[in-house]
Design a protein around this ligand. Structure first.
Ligand SMILES: Cc1cc2nc3c(=O)[nH]c(=O)nc-3n(C[C@H](O)[C@H](O)[C@H](O)COP(=O)(O)OP(=O)(O)OC[C@H]3O[C@@H](n4cnc5c(N)ncnc54)[C@H](O)[C@@H]3O)c2cc1C
Length: 396
């Protein structure tokens, strides 16, 4: 691990100033509040403004292609996170974009690429199905060829953002009798196509996702990505990016695992809980001076620090598991007041920074993008070489 300080050049500082000025001029409290009321994971007006000002194209390109350097990418990331801006839809779009650039036909690239950069187009991930669960390769959504078109029928569960995105990166089955993983085909389906129905669902943490239905949806073959029945290859890049299974760039700046930024939210919540316990009560006593409180806070901090220092898939599991363990601990330390949103506790914090939000969010963090149980099995099988799990009932 590289703990070297990053020295910003004058140009990097100028870039940081420009990023701050753009966000200060464009972001309003009302925008942020409106997004929280829907949980849609994007502020459309802001996203378009970022497109017009060139931020999206630069973030979606490598430094060699005229995009951000690693340092500027991190600066831009931190500046947006400090303002608590929702980045979910754009984050998913960036993961999918690599597969679109690699596998889309020239006509499809012409249709979407400049509009992704301008902020008019976002992509949603359509993998999970109601009956298939974690094992997305069991996909039942059918795509059947009809001349130069495909007819799609099926249902997807948890296609987050299908209500605000323009295309779904859709996993379909093109050969139900075919070999597992060799019978799937990926499409980039325009959400406006007739036959698609999108139902929004709120989640317990205040975000939202959708259920999507596909009934005789007809799309031209140009929306296919990669070869027929080779969808697993097309999907592998975005899946690896979502699982955090890619190698972080060797510049000492990358998150060492996917969702590290979510781990930072835990640290902010713990700081908030500590600040509240450090206040003197009417009798002059501070909760923090109680040994059991300081012990439990100390234990929470050690878990957070350990999770944040753990790389790759191990870190992904450590962050999600620690959040599940730390959130109830912080709630318990604060007592009844913990159920209030952070900004009503008299502390300088945003609603999303408090233990009660962490408590509602923690279960989801261990589910989306793959559950922590599934990741544990992947670690056991693929990294520790412990063999394939059999899932048989234990012998009596
Ligand atoms: C808020 C939210 C947003 C989401 N967004 C998207 C999205 O945008 N696109 C998308 O395609 N999906 C999305 N998902 C779906 C998510 O990826 C799945 O929920 C997840 O992969 C688990 O699948 P499942 O819910 O069907 O649970 P199941 O797979 O049915 O699992 C049920 C239980 O069994 C356990 N289990 C299952 N398989 C194994 C195994 N092999 N080993 C050990 N334990 C196992 C699980 O850990 C879990 O506890 C989202 C989910 C949520 C909650």
């Amino acid at each position: 691990m590289d703990f070297a300080r990053v020295e910003l050049t004058d140009e990097d500082r100028a870039f940081q100033e420009r990023a701050r000025a753009f966000l200060a001029d464009t972001v309003t409290e009302e925008m942020v509040r409106a997004e929280r009321a829907t949980g849609d994971g994007v502020i459309v007006e802001l996203h378009r403004a970022m497109g017009v000002d060139g931020w999206l194209a630069a973030e979606a390109s490598t430094a060699e292609d005229g995009g951000f350097t690693a340092v500027r990418r991190r600066i831009w990331d931190l500046e947006r996170r400090r303002l608590g801006l929702p980045l979910e839809r754009w984050g998913a779009t960036l993961m999918i974009l690599q597969a679109v650039r690699q596998y889309a036909s020239p006509e499809l690239l012409d249709e979407v690429l400049t509009r992704v950069f301008s902020g008019e187009v976002l992509f949603a991930m359509g993998y999970t199905e109601p009956g298939g669960g974690s094992d997305i390769a069991t996909c039942k959504t059918r795509a059947v060829r009809d001349g130069d078109e495909w007819v799609i029928n099926g249902q997807k569960m948890f296609t987050s953002g299908a209500n605000v995105c323009q295309y779904v990166f859709l996993l379909t089955n093109t050969d139900p009798a075919g070999k597992r993983h060799r019978n799937l085909t990926m499409f980039l389906v325009p959400v406006e196509t007739e036959g698609i129905e999108v139902h929004r669902l709120r989640t317990v943490d205040g975000d939202s996702t959708t259920i999507t239905y596909y009934a005789d949806v007809r799309i031209p073959d140009r929306y296919r990505l990669g070869d027929v029945d080779d969808g697993w290859t097309v999907l592998s890049g975005p899946l690896a990016a979502e699982h955090g299974a890619t190698d972080p760039a060797d510049v000492g700046l990358s998150d060492i695992t996917t969702m590290s930024n979510f781990g930072m939210s835990m640290a902010i919540s713990a700081d908030l809980a500590t600040a509240i316990t450090a206040r003197s009560g009417p009798d002059g006593r501070r909760d923090l001076d109680d040994d059991s409180v300081s012990y439990r806070l100390g234990r929470a901090y050690s878990r957070i620090e350990a999770a944040l220092a753990t790389p790759s898939l191990f870190g992904r599991v450590a962050i999600a598991q620690s959040m599940r363990d730390v959130a109830p601990e912080l709630m318990d330390i604060l007592g009844g007041q913990a159920v209030l949103p952070a900004n009503s506790l008299g502390a300088s914090a945003e609603p999303g920074d408090g233990p009660e939000y962490l408590f509602r969010w923690a279960p989801l963090l261990g589910i989306y993008g793959g559950t922590i149980d599934v990741f544990r099995n992947m670690i056991a099988q693929h990294i520790l070489g412990l063999g394939r799990p059999t899932y048989v009932a234990p012998a009596k």
